[in-house]
Ligand binder design. Sequence first.
Ligand SMILES: [Zn+2]
Length: 375
Amino acid sequence: MIQPIQPRTVSPGALRLMAAFIGSVCINVQFYRFVRPPHSEIAPTGAEWVGVRGRMRFIGTLFFFLAVASGPASASPDACPGNPDALGTSRVLTISPSEFSQIGSMQYKQTLPLNDHEVVITFDDGPLPPYTNIILDTLASQCVKATYFLVGQMAHAYPSVVRRIYNEGHTIGTHSQDHPLAFQRLSLQRVEYEVDDGIGSVDSAIGDAKAVAPFFRIPGLGRSKTADDFLASQSLVTWSADVVADDWFRHISAQTIVQRALQRLEAKGRGILLLHDIHPATAMALPTLLKELKAHGFHVVQVVPAGDRPKSVPELMASPATDRGAWPTVLTSAHSGDNAMTTRRYHRIKRVDASKRRSAAVFSDAIPRRSKRGI
Ligand SMILES: [Zn+2]
């Protein structure tokens, strides 16, 4: 089970109950004027009062239950601790692979059933300190829950961060073992390896396979029929996205990431937002992005898989690697090449359309490879 969700600052449930109470009082007064006994110009008899009061109680009770039943199930009266202006997480959406095999309007017909101005925030390619930790700090400060698609190699390298992500209530899916280039060109054998070993590495890092959601995002969104069919056969939900913010572009600024995310979300009205928790610009953009999402009336939805999950997993001591390069030192050193892993994890744009429309671009990124088992 996930940790309790921190809702919006002003509880919609409390407002609903208050409105229902006032409404039921008003309606009961009107109701009494209609149903009052014919002798009501004079004081009603005792028997008449019993009948009128009974009907009034019935109507009031009916409105009370209607008010409670009509609200979102996840609404909670608790505010975000220490931050009354937090964006928060407005509700939890539970999905199963049988209902949602492929989601994300960028590539598939189906997407999540979100209401107007609802957004699902997702992060790919991590974990990678210090950026993942900075992003987790920002999310915690706003009581926002996200969905992570972790790379097997990265989870293997930073298991303590994987467990932190889970224990802070976020959803964890997977994103292949090695994040290969051109996933769309992989053989079935290689697809199986990337998917299965990716899940296995994240399972090992987190220490409990039940903690890992059956959610998979194809690296670089490089879908193919081979990959789609295999993922469906494994009862995995294949996630694409509805909106990207181009945060994998080299030298993109935090300000531009915020602008593109907001503009594209406003254009769609709702959606799954794809970000990456391995980039300094994304970490820098997130505080402003969350603030602007709230200012623009967006509400965050967390997506979880159907079924039980552990409430938490045992924490691990951070490895020395996770302490390397404290923020913000790495922000500059990453660009100057001091952080070899970060500098090698760049994304490239491959045009798939002779018209060179950016919207038709397929992106992929490169990460350090380890030896494959003869694949
Ligand atoms: Zn990726």
